[in-house]
Design a protein around this ligand. Structure first.
Ligand SMILES: [Fe+2]
Ligand SMILES: [Fe+2]
Length: 285
């Protein structure tokens, strides 16, 4: 399979379109939650943010699809836009079903340069998905919410995985067809956009810290005691591997985040693990 060839385009578009799952978020089997689980779900302060991020994603992707001339590419990108908008409906259905507090507000206006917005969004998804894979697995194992909820959201995770596999293949196809110079710079382009995604996250984190948002109570319930960077990255890498293994081997996969994750993990292994308080040799002993 030659990357950038018409066969490559056919494969990454068709496999994306053919793996679309039909469902309506409002009629999914949402489980009844007892008071403890309701309190935990309502205590997560990010649902409103996730809802608006998914709504905006649907608008960015569907607006970009309208500018794409190739009918097969347009169909695939438009379908991704539909799935992003359905993610917003999924979060909305959950908010309504469980009485989560989330204010109504307008969606921020889309930028004039919709192509750059789509690229920023696509690389941002690659970065977020890698971290999200590990966080989702750990949250599921912790029993923070009943497994029936995680089963519903596993479809959401699978869709995000399809989106980033589609995106990196589309991007490679596009850059190869833009000439040898752009093709040679593919790695640098990817690194640049990943850097922009991390920059946006740091900016948001600073704003949230200023606004005094506190996720620690919910975090303490979701993630196990003693979770360190090694365990977390190990879970991200293993889940990334598992989820990516389900795609046609001829397709490209997002690689940068996993490479960074492996490098950080290798570096972290050079440092002695923190000993539990009270253990011989620990500072508290
Ligand atoms: Fe989404
Ligand atoms: Fe997505």
């Amino acid at each position: 399979m030659k990357i950038g060839s018409p066969e490559h385009k056919e494969l990454f578009c068709r496999s994306f379109i053919d793996s679309h799952v039909v469902y309506e978020p409002e009629t999914l089997p949402w489980p009844a939650l007892d008071e403890l689980y309701l309190e935990r779900m309502r205590g997560v302060p990010y649902w409103e943010e996730v809802f608006y991020a998914e709504r905006r994603a649907g608008m960015v992707v569907q607006s970009f699809a309208k500018t794409v001339g190739d009918p097969l590419l347009r169909e695939a990108i438009d379908l991704q836009g539909f799935e992003e908008a359905r993610h917003a409906r999924l979060i909305r259905a959950m908010i309504d079903r469980y009485g989560v507090d989330a204010a109504e507000r307008p969606v921020a206006a889309l930028p004039d340069d919709i192509e750059t917005a789509f690229l920023d969004f696509g690389y941002g998804e690659c970065a977020d998905a890698f971290v999200g894979f590990g966080a989702f697995k750990l949250a599921r194992e912790s029993g923070f919410l009943p497994d029936a909820i995680f089963r519903l959201f596993d479809t959401f995770m699978q869709e995000e995985t399809r989106h980033i596999v589609f995106f990196v293949n589309w991007m490679a196809w596009r850059e190869v067809n833009a000439g040898p110079f752009r093709a040679a710079l593919r790695g640098a382009t990817s690194a640049l956009y990943h850097g922009r995604a991390v920059g946006r996250h740091l900016k948001n984190a600073r704003q949230e810290a200023k606004g005094g948002r506190n996720f620690s109570a919910a975090q303490a319930d979701i993630f196990p005691d003693g979770l360190d960077v090694r365990r977390f990255l190990g879970e991200c890498l293993a889940e990334n591997e598992r989820r990516m293994s389900g795609f046609d081997p001829r397709l490209l996969r997002p690689r940068l985040m996993a490479s960074i994750g492996r490098a950080v993990l290798a570096g972290a292994k050079l440092w002695p693990a923190k000993k539990p308080a009270g253990a011989p040799g620990s500072r508290a002993a």
